[in-house]
Design a protein around this ligand. Structure first.
Ligand code: NAP
Length: 305
């Protein structure tokens, strides 16, 4: 089994930045990624708030460039699915569809995936009206009527994106105030997005595909049906920590407990990006985590000599 100084799980901005910094420090590094460079970022068509790109940058492209930059300094990228992680072993062992690997240190950069509504039929209607990523699936709803559920930045960005493609966009939010940044509010009005406040989606109506959603007014309990061709669920994300449960400390929402040093409760294991406890989950904060994790991984390795 090949032993790396730093084994990174996840090739998003956090993982590839950790790989870049560790490789530039002369450490042997591999990044295990299951899908594509960039992670969640790869599904974002335009990233407007990553410094250095005044006209915005395509998330997929930025992901590829981050991967290439890490590779330029010697980091390996292995495309495959991690199936098991023994973080308490020395060295730590990662089993994957591409074989087993060992790491003197491990950087967990697995990110988060979209939270589901948890309604009957939701799984079955995936791809038939239920979607979780506007930039990935929006085109399928060109000139149609869609609902976006949620009140955070993702929901609002999705609603704005879809308003440029769809005939009608409703934004359904359970409160009477958005969580999203204030800068978006005017844009929603300008783009003709209709906001349905104090509303919860309580059922998905269907024939072969989704035909309507049932909405409940949270104040009155009154229910009504809203005909639509699609719903984009944007009600937050769930950290991807299933493989590590029971091995290191998680907070009550399932995020890996780690501070700015990205050190977790297990020596030699670091957590970067959206999967760790933090206030602001952004590409830039994930990338910053990567640099910190590489620094403290190097320090850990030096102390082991
Ligand atoms: P979020 O900020 O946690 O917002 C989730 C939204 O979904 C909230 O409005 C929440 O309602 C609602 N919600 C949660 N559970 C629900 C449920 N079971 N039923 C109905 N509604 C529910 O998540 P996010 O929008 O995915 O954003 C995640 C992070 O990425 C945030 O830090 C965000 O700022 C960041 N982000 C930034 C940008 C950007 O800056 N360009 C873009 C996208 C995301 P309440 O408000 O009532 O809690």
């Amino acid at each position: 089994m090949k032993i790396y100084d730093v084994l990174v799980i996840g090739g998003g901005p956090g993982g590839n930045t950790a790989a870049l910094y560790a490789a530039r420090s002369g450490l042997s590094v591999a990044v295990l990624e299951k899908l594509s460079a960039g992670g969640q970022m790869a599904t974002t068509s335009v990233i407007d708030n990553y410094p250095g790109f005044p006209d915005g940058v395509d998330g997929f492209e930025l992901g590829q460039q981050m991967e290439q930059q890490a590779q330029k300094y010697g980091a390996e990228t292995i495309y495959g699915e991690v199936t098991e992680a023994d973080l308490l072993a020395e060295p730590k062992v990662i089993r994957s569809s591409e074989g087993d690997f060992a790491g003197r240190t491990v950087v967990l950069a697995t990110g988060a995936y979209p939270r589901e509504l948890g309604l009957p039929g939701e799984q079955d209607l995936r791809g038939r009206g239920v979607a979780y990523c506007a930039t990935c699936d929006g085109m399928m709803f060109r000139d149609k009527t869609v609902v976006v559920n949620g009140g955070g930045n993702t929901a609002v960005e999705d609603a704005l994106y879809l308003s440029r493609l769809c005939a009608k966009v409703y934004l359904v939010h359970r409160r009477d105030q958005l969580r999203a940044s204030a800068v978006y509010r005017r844009a929603l009005d300008e783009q003709g997005v209709e906001i349905l406040w104090n509303s919860r989606v309580t059922a998905l109506k269907r024939e072969k595909r989704l035909t309507a959603v049932e909405l409940e007014d949270v104040k009155t309990g009154e229910k009504r049906e809203l005909p639509c061709d699609g719903i984009f669920v944007a009600i937050g994300r769930v950290p991807d920590t299933g493989l590590f449960t029971g091995q290191l400390e998680l907070d009550s929402a399932g995020y890996i407990v780690a501070d700015e040093s990205c050190r977790t409760s297990v020596p030699g294991v670091f957590a970067v990006g959206d999967v760790r406890t933090k206030a602001v989950r952004q590409v830039i904060t994930a990338a910053a985590d990567g640099a910190n994790a590489a620094h403290f991984a190097e320090e850990y390795l030096l102390n082991q000599l």
